[in-house]
Design a binder for this molecule. Structure first.
Ligand code: PNS
Length: 166
């Protein structure tokens, strides 16, 4: 039987925000290890950062946590990936109620595909309720300050992306 104390935390992470980081820390209170898995979907990829850039940024953020946090990417179905790496739990963050419908649909679909894999929802910390990668990109692109919303390494890369783009 696969280990139950490994959780997969999947997402686009374009880029990772303080909300995601909060969720990883919460996950580590419950699970021994967390695998942060960037989903690659070449067909509908409008990402600002390449998969390699995202992997690097997330690895930089969690470099102090050793083997408890692994960062990876995958193509194809999340449940197939989870099974392949021996994880029985998918972790997702819930911010406001607006997240619920989308998350509920995904969890049910994933359960239908692989009933042995459970989805755990964690509430994001109160300070992160309103953060999303999409809004962070929009605000930086329009010259706003997001220094409280993303780690320093991400802020630096975000700024250089938008400077290069003009
Ligand atoms: O951070 P996001 O973009 O909301 O994450 C969505 C993600 C990556 C978890 C979802 O799109 C996903 O699981 N993609 C992998 C492909 C897959 O399994 N799709 C069916 C999901 S029910």
């Amino acid at each position: 039987m696969a280990s139950t104390n490994v959780a997969v935390y999947p997402g686009s992470f374009d880029p990772i925000t303080n909300g995601h980081i909060d969720l990883v820390k919460r996950t580590l209170r419950v699970f021994d290890r967390v695998i942060i898995a960037i989903a690659i979907n070449p067909e509908k990829d409008h990402s600002l950062f390449s998969v390699d850039e995202r992997l690097t940024m997330i690895r930089e953020v969690f470099s102090g946590l050793g083997k408890r946090v692994k960062v990876d990417s995958f193509e194809g179905l999340l449940v197939d990936y989870a099974e392949r790496i021996g994880a029985q739990v998918i972790v997702r963050g819930l911010r406001a109620i607006s997240d619920f419908e989308y998350e509920f649909q995904m969890a049910m679909m994933n359960r239908g595909l692989k009933p042995n894999i459970e989805t755990f929802f964690m509430m994001t910390g109160e300070s992160y309720f309103y953060i999303s990668s999409r809004l962070v990109k929009e605000v930086v692109g329009l010259g706003g300050d997001v220094s409280d919303l993303v780690p320093k390494n991400v802020l630096k890369r975000l700024k250089s992306k938008f400077t290069v783009r003009g």
